[in-house]
Design a protein around this ligand. Structure first.
Ligand code: PLP
Length: 388
């Protein structure tokens, strides 16, 4: 069976050029990048090349890129690191939106347990937070504002530059989690006006377990890991040179392909979206009223349990996601859709389709060919009528 992968916001397949680069580094570049001798210098040169490629991905100076173990660690260093550095100054409030990834939300919870005031800004029905809400929430005690650039479940893009300007007016730092946007749409840290930006390799056809945190020169933060002086003393530990090289290769390819790939994916996404809305009654797009990354759509299917639809599609060889966490067999409603104001049933009947590099028009048409019958069958198993 030809399997169709439409879950690129969860993770992506590695490009073969990336695999080749990782393999070559694993085999030939075993040196420790901190060593002074030839082997160490080769490993360092490999990392420098990757650092430049990742810097270019976000319009940054390579010297300000810190490699991490992924988006989660980048978010943690940004939030915890700034919090710890500013704690003594009396600033003890952090602000984010209610639709952030768990890497941010649970880090906020950890700070709250340590006595920090944490504020989550609401979003509208398109999944967009308003700068006015930040203006109301921010105080002179705010240390950091953290707003994700693109949402992982619905793909909506936030007005980061406006949030950054407000944060800076009040002397707070601005972080953005750009894990779902870096490599998909053009990004420039200067245009965004942020102080810290998180990114991750495995969302852009790179390896898992590698990410980056861009830290504007001059930003004070306390590192999470204590140890050696790697990554300009921001992140201790012998570097994952092969993974970093893979990230560099993936970043370079994402930059080179973006101008062609973004419109291609948005055309495929629109084809899927319009096809579903036209052929399956009782469907609606979640978050369609706002700018979105080109590869993502989140669609609600009335009177269908998202998990059942996911499994039925998987049996047809089509991989999608509910975009919400399934813990111990009970489907937890998506916190993102809930924050967007959707009623409980809609937070549990929505499916995320996230497209990527290998997807073709034929694959989208295959999804459109099988979906109406699957949905009809699932609905025939439940009794309540389809809501208009
Ligand atoms: N932030 C967002 C918006 C994400 O989508 C993800 C991944 O799902 C992360 C952070 C975490 O990144 P990583 O998987 O590299 O730890």
């Amino acid at each position: 069976m030809h399997r169709i992968y439409l879950d690129h916001n969860a993770t992506t397949p590695l490009e073969s050029a990336v695999v080749d680069r990782i393999t070559a580094v694993l085999r030939d570049e075993f040196g420790n990048a901190s060593s002074v001798h030839h082997f160490g210098q080769r490993a360092k040169a490999t990392m420098d090349e990757a650092r430049s490629a990742v810097a270019e991905l976000v319009g940054a100076d390579p010297g300000e890129i810190v490699f991490t173990s992924g988006g989660t660690e980048s978010d943690n260093i940004a939030i915890r690191g700034v919090a710890e550095a500013t704690e003594a100054s009396g600033r003890r409030q952090v602000i984010a939106t209610s639709i952030e990834h768990e890497a941010v939300l649970n880090t906020f919870k950890a700070l709250a347990r340590r006595g920090w005031r944490t504020t989550l800004l609401p979003v509208d029905q398109s999944g967009v937070a308003s700068p006015d809400a930040l203006r109301e929430a921010i105080t002179d005690a705010t240390a950091l504002v953290s707003v994700m650039h693109a949402n992982n479940e619905v793909g909506t893009i936030q007005r980061i530059a406006e949030f950054a300007a407000i944060a800076h007016e009040r002397g707070a730092l601005m972080h953005t989690d750009a894990v779902q946007s870096a490599g998909k749409i053009p990004i420039n840290v200067k245009t965004l006006g942020v102080d810290l930006l998180s990114a991750s390799a495995h969302k852009i056809n790179g390896p898992k377990g590698v990410g980056a945190l861009w830290i504007r020169r001059g930003v004070r933060l306390v590192p999470l890991l204590t140890g050696g002086r790697q990554e300009r003393s921001r992140r201790a530990g012998t570097e994952n040179v092969a993974g970093i090289a893979g990230y560099g290769a993936a970043a370079a390819r994402a930059v080179a392909k973006m101008a062609a790939e973004a419109p291609r994916l948005s055309a495929l996404r629109d084809r899927l979206e319009q096809g579903v809305l036209a052929t399956v009654p009782g469907t609606a797009v979640n978050g369609s009223g706002a700018p979105r990354v080109p590869n993502t759509t989140n669609i609600s299917f009335e009177r269908v349990e998202a998990e059942s639809l996911l499994i039925a599609l998987d049996l047809e060889g089509i991989a999608v996601s509910t975009g919400s966490a399934c813990s111990s067999g009970t489907l937890e409603p998506s916190h993102v859709l809930k924050a967007m104001g959707f009623p409980a049933h809609r937070t549990q009947n929505s499916i995320r389709f996230s497209l990527g590099l290998g997807n073709t028009e034929a694959e989208i048409d295959r999804v459109l060919a099988v979906l109406p019958a699957i949905v009809e069958k699932l609905r025939s198993l439940t009794r309540t009528p389809v809501r208009a």
